[in-house]
Write a protein that binds this ligand. Structure first.
Ligand SMILES: Cc1ncc(C[n+]2csc(CCOP(=O)(O)OP(=O)(O)O)c2C)c(N)n1
Ligand SMILES: [Mg+2]
Length: 367
């Protein structure tokens, strides 16, 4: 005889459809049009930063950059659900979350220009720096959440990573121990359907990524990652459960990467243009703008003013980035080893000698 010993379901949450029509009763916070306007402004600001960063990279003034085009609602919705003293542990595509939490566009330009001083955030001092290795920050988020629990601090660590990261051992281990210890951590998978050139169907045979939480003993759900209202609602509920001692959650935000993987990639070599074109009408800014326009809370004049203001802010940050004196070339050598190995010591001396002679040491990026 076989008995069923466990049964699981994965839910999918959506508030606005791609046309901006409400398909479910909106959560309380979304009843205030000013709140939705603020979320819309955060989406537009994220895209303005993104567009400028790509332009700077294309003109040789920034290093490789990972665009968040089409995925802004994941970053913005999640960050807006956090309290200031919660902890963001981001991957490399979440500048929308960082900006909303008070990381400045200047700090982000510095980071992507190869200057580690960009990771010294004047705003959210304890938020983790951008993690470029795929998924290696998930155990770090768990460690921070363990510290919150041991110190009895009512804080939550929020770790965002991609669909590709869910195939990694460090992510699986992080989920597992977060479940065992019932830690105050929320894992967010920004499932943009691609990991560079690897499509989701080659990444996993599972029906959802949310269900990866089930084997670790906690809940997982999917949300429409292009619907900022739904993302914010689902993230807020998960964060408050974690704060309340109810343990971790996994949120799979289903979205789409409209751009190349990074500025070092050409997605047309492995992805059909038709697929990208099909996803454009679902992008997150359009959807919320439609809804706000229908409400009578947004119009052409507001849109024009917002675009002007964000462009002015981002242009000023770019100018400040150009004006920031380059870092001392010694810094690349000085903070990993207590005693510098001989080969690096020789490189350090050569680099400082070249710097003194006025040679360019910026790795090809000129501010
Ligand atoms: C440990 C590690 N392996 C490989 C890479 C190279 N790499 C950078 S991004 C990426 C794909 C990540 O895909 P996903 O997790 O879906 O995030 P996305 O880039 O789509 O946001 C890979 C393989 C890396 N940065 N770190
Ligand atoms: Mg991906």
């Amino acid at each position: 005889m076989t008995e069923t010993v466990a049964r699981y379901e994965i839910g999918y949450v959506r508030c606005l459809d791609p046309h901006g029509s409400a398909v479910a009763p909106l959560p309380d916070f979304a009843r205030a049009p000013q709140k939705l306007v603020a979320l819309y402004c955060a989406l537009v600001r994220t895209r303005a930063f993104d567009t400028k960063a790509i332009a700077l990279q294309r003109t040789g003034r920034l290093g490789t950059f990972a665009s968040s085009l089409g995925q802004e609602a994941v970053s913005v919705g999640v960050a807006d659900a956090m309290r200031p003293d919660d902890l963001l542990v981001p991957s490399f595509r979440e500048h929308g979350a960082q900006l909303l939490r008070g990381v400045t566009p200047l700090e982000l330009f510095l980071f992507w220009g190869g200057d580690e001083r960009g990771n010294v955030f004047a705003g959210p001092r304890e938020d983790f720096p951008i993690c470029v290795p795929v998924g290696s920050h998930a155990p770090h988020a768990v460690g921070a959440a363990l510290a919150f629990k041991l110190r009895r601090e009512k804080r939550v660590a929020v770790c965002i990573f991609g669909d590709g990261a869910t195939s990694k051992g460090d992510v699986a281990e992080a989920l597992n121990i977060a479940g065992v210890w019932r830690l105050p951590v929320v894992f967010v998978v920004s499932n943009n359907q691609w990991a560079i050139s690897v499509p989701l169907r080659q990444q996993t045979a599972a029906a959802t990524l949310a269900q990866k939480s089930l084997a670790a003993g906690f809940t997982g759900e999917q949300v429409d990652g292009n619907d900022v209202i739904a993302v914010r609602a689902v993230a807020a509920a998960a964060i408050e459960r974690a704060r309340d001692g109810q343990g971790p959650s996994l949120i799979e935000a289903v979205t789409y990467r409209l751009g190349d993987h990074t500025t070092a990639d050409d997605a047309s070599r492995y992805r059909d243009d038709a697929e990208v074109t099909r996803h454009w009408p679902e992008e997150p800014l359009l959807r919320l703008r439609h809804y706000l326009t229908e409400l009578g809370s947004w119009g052409k004049a507001e849109e024009e003013r917002l675009l002007q203001e964000t462009a002015a802010e981002i242009d000023a940050a770019a100018a400040a980035y150009f004006d920031t004196p380059a870092q001392d070339p010694a810094t690349i050598f000085d903070y990993t080893f207590a005693n510098l190995p001989a080969d690096l010591a020789a490189q350090r001396a050569a680099a400082l000698g070249q710097a003194e002679a006025g040679a360019l040491l910026s790795g090809g990026v000129t501010r």
